[in-house]
Design a protein around this ligand. Structure first.
Ligand code: C2E
Ligand code: MG
Ligand code: MG
Length: 716
């Protein structure tokens, strides 16, 4: 097996600073920040070395103006975009003083802007670096175009304006692409998304182009009449910007008021169908409450408001009912629906007009509490909701029942920038509340944050582990109980984690499922197990009949190409399909469409099938009898209880009886002592597995054992 590779210091630093970045986005971050810094240092050096005192003072003045403007963004009504008037000053600087000054000013403005919009140093460094890079690139192009202009017939104010407009579009596209790059790479989306950039362009881009035109006019006036004109026009421009800022704020306030007074979409008199359609698009048909789409929209507005000056903080609650499924099962779906309507109503009645409750799906609701005075106001609301929801409910047909809820809460003070992250954290907090015993609330906190990011980090590492050979397989002997002769091995996956030592399947299988890594993991184990089996079978004639058991999960069985993948592993190793047994846990046998067909496919391949952990999954015998299963593996909990008395023996005996009736072989796992081994044998088990008979071994250790017992023989 390969030795575990230690991450290099860069990888460790990235993991500590940016736990939520994957390798590609971290690489992108470092590249842009390093290149941006280099460009910035070169620009500062150029200014300090080449410019006179008064020139430097003018540059500094314009930079301060640009940064001040960065503090007063203008939000575009009805969207999350905002633009910053500082661009005008930066563009004037670019035209009057050249690229280096504009690079420094753009970086400065972006830095001030990022102080306002983000709490993370990763963004506070990235934004100025991206701005410096975008300005250096597009500014140099502009410089070249304007220098060559007279020769190309581009002279004149109109030509300069047009060139400058083109520049503004380029500069906008470069900045937008760099900044959007991080979230795109993080979520493994394509880096180039011209359509998204164009849709962002609408308001903000137009503002950039407008700023460019204004800046060019200022520049032309300056060129004709000297700097006096510039200073004379500045107050005018400032007044204009202030007016715009106020205008947008008024419009925003009007929009908010309209939203608060009518949760329903604006009505168009006489156009019933259109109104109905609008309503359907944003509302849940069962409860009449807003739906997920509407919720996300409002949440995005709240995110923008929380990032504005002054910030308007919010809270989000994720809520679900503890016993909804039981009520549904017991009284039927009609009763379940009625319950959801009543509970949704109860929540709605306890909210302020500006709050929003939405049904996200199933029995899950979300509450948005905008304009939050204090975090404890939201806690108070959660307590009132819990109390209101826990009151008895009267359903049709005289049914009386209670349905308690659990609530997870998160606050905008955690510095969110996207709606999905808010909902995910609130959902994580809900999980914590359920875990703590239901009918309570839990707040998403730093500890939970750490636990979640630790999980994300582990998932990232697992992805690399598959690629870098940190996964290994151990082999546990299966033994004929009467003779103690070895019949085969079960392959058990291990993760040789570089920091945490050997991890067992319980510590990472669920993670592999969530991260979609099961196919790689299973292919790896299948491949290793088949190759080893082949080598061992060839060691001695004695071992030609050895078998290998490999565990497969429900996810594996649901993969369309699974049967073919098993076939390929067998073919590549040159192993007889009949010597491979796939172990399927009993609880994955139930209620899955298509499962019998997959099992039949495997059986047709000639592979043996075993039901693992048998006795714990309660699969109906009729179902079991129809599946092409060859053996049952009694769960080790039954073996562990054997010493307790005759009832436990009777249970094992019954299982053995079932296996006989269904004509399946029977295997016992978890045999930890001689007494269990003897008893199981007496009860009719022929093959066993357990620490008493042999612990899981590395491939080398297993091979060494096989070689030291060339004539076969008992394990001990
Ligand atoms: P399992 O298939 O029931 O495997 C037996 C588990 O019981 C192994 O744990 C083994 O180390 C342990 N065991 C064996 N003898 C004894 C004993 O005498 N006493 C006790 N207390 N335990 C014993 P392990 O390796 O941690 O695996 C746990 C489970 O993870 C396996 O249960 C199996 O369901 C799953 N698993 C293991 N490897 C893979 C794999 O490659 N793919 C998939 N999908 N699942 C796997
Ligand atoms: Mg197993
Ligand atoms: Mg088992």
């Amino acid at each position: 097996m390969s030795s575990p590779a230690l991450p290099n210091p860069w990888q460790r630093l990235s993991a500590a600073l940016m736990p939520d970045y994957n390798r590609v986005s971290a690489g992108f971050w470092w590249t842009v920040v390093a290149a941006g810094l280099a460009v910035l240092v070169a620009a500062v050096a150029e200014l300090v070395l080449r410019r006179s005192g008064p020139e430097l003072a003018a540059v500094a003045g314009a930079m301060v103006l640009a940064m001040l403007a960065g503090l007063f963004p203008m939000r575009v009504p009805g969207s999350r975009n905002s633009f910053v008037a500082g661009e005008i000053f930066i563009f004037v600087l670019l035209l009057v003083q050249g690229v280096p000054s504009a690079v420094v000013a753009a970086a400065g403005e972006a830095f001030v802007g990022s102080l306002r919009t983000s709490r993370r140093w990763t963004s506070r460094l990235f934004s100025p670096a991206a701005a410096a890079l975008a300005m250096a690139g597009s500014g140099s192009l502009l410089d070249a175009a304007l220098t060559d202009a007279p020769a190309a017939g581009w002279a004149g104010t109109a030509g300069t304006v047009a060139t400058m407009m083109l520049f503004a579009v380029l500069y906008f596209a470069a900045t937008a692409t760099l900044v959007a790059g991080i979230p795109r790479l993080k979520s493994r989306e394509p880096f180039w998304q011209p359509a998204a950039t164009i849709s962002l362009f609408r308001w903000v881009g137009i503002a950039y182009v407008g700023s460019a035109v204004l800046a060019t006019l200022l520049y032309v006036a300056w060129r004709e009449d000297g700097s006096g004109v510039l200073w004379a026009m500045l107050p005018l421009v400032l007044l204009l910007l202030l007016a715009l800022h106020l205008h947008f704020r008024v419009q925003e306030a009007a929009q908010r008021a309209a939203e608060a007074s009518a949760t329903a979409p604006p009505s168009v008199p006489g156009d019933e169908a259109l109104r109905e359609m609008q309503h359907l698009a944003f509302h849940d048909p069962l409860t009449g409450l807003p739906n997920r789409r509407r919720f996300i929209e409002r949440l995005e507005d709240a995110l923008a408001a929380a990032a504005a000056t002054p910030p308007r903080p919010f809270a989000v609650m994720y809520l679900d009912f503890d016993s909804f499924k039981a009520i549904n099962d017991r009284y039927g779906h009609g009763a379940g629906d009625e319950l959801l309507v009543q509970l949704g109503q109860r929540i709605h009645e306890r909210l302020r007009p500006q709050d929003l409750v939405a049904r996200l799906g199933g029995d899950e609701f979300a509450v948005l509490v905008p304009d939050l005075g204090h975090e404890k106001d939201a806690i108070g609301l959660a307590e009132r909701l819990l109390e209101a929801l826990a009151r008895p409910l009267q359903l049709r047909g005289g049914v009386q029942t209670v349905a308690t809820a659990s609530i997870g809460i998160t606050f905008s003070s955690l510095g969110y920038t996207d709606a999905d992250a808010v909902l995910r954290d609130a959902d994580n907090a809900l999980y914590k509340a359920k875990h703590a015993g239901r009918a309570r609330y839990a707040v998403f906190d730093a500890g939970l944050h750490a636990a979640v990011s630790e999980r994300l980090r582990l998932a990232g590492q697992l992805r690399d582990a598959v690629a870098t050979g940190q996964l290994t397989v151990e082999y546990q002997p299966l033994v004929e109980l009467a003779t103690l002769r070895l019949t085969g091995f079960e392959a058990l996956v291990r993760w040789a984690h570089p920091q945490r030592g050997t991890l067992h399947p319980a510590q990472f299988l669920a993670l592999a499922e969530e991260a979609g890594l099961m196919p790689q993991l299973s292919d790896f184990v299948l491949h290793c197990a088949c190759q080893q089996l082949r080598r061992w079978q060839q060691l001695e004639a004695q071992w030609a009949g050895l078998t290998m058991s490999v565990n497969v999960s429900a996810t594996d069985l649901a993969q369309p190409g699974f049967v073919a993948r098993v076939g390929r592993a067998l073919l590549e190793a040159g192993v007889d399909p009949a010597s491979l047994t796939l172990e399927i846990r009993e609880d994955t046998l139930m209620g899955r469409d298509g499962l019998p067909a997959v099992l039949q496919g495997l059986s047709d391949l000639g592979v043996r099938l075993a039901v693992d952990d048998f006795g714990t999954g309660a699969s109906p015998l009729v179902h079991l009898a129809r599946l092409p299963v060859d053996s049952l593996k009694i769960d080790r909990s039954f073996v562990a209880r054997l010493k307790h008395g005759p009832e436990d023996e009777a249970v094992v005996q019954a299982i053995v009886q079932v296996a006989r009736t269904l004509r399946k072989a029977i295997v016992a796992e978890g045999i930890e002592n001689e007494a269990q081994s003897e008893l199981l044998q007496r009860l009719g088990c022929t093959v066993g597995q357990g620490f008493h008979l042999g612990k899981p071994l590395s491939a080398q250790a297993a091979r060494a054992w096989l070689q030291s017992h060339p004539a076969g023989g008992a394990l001990q």
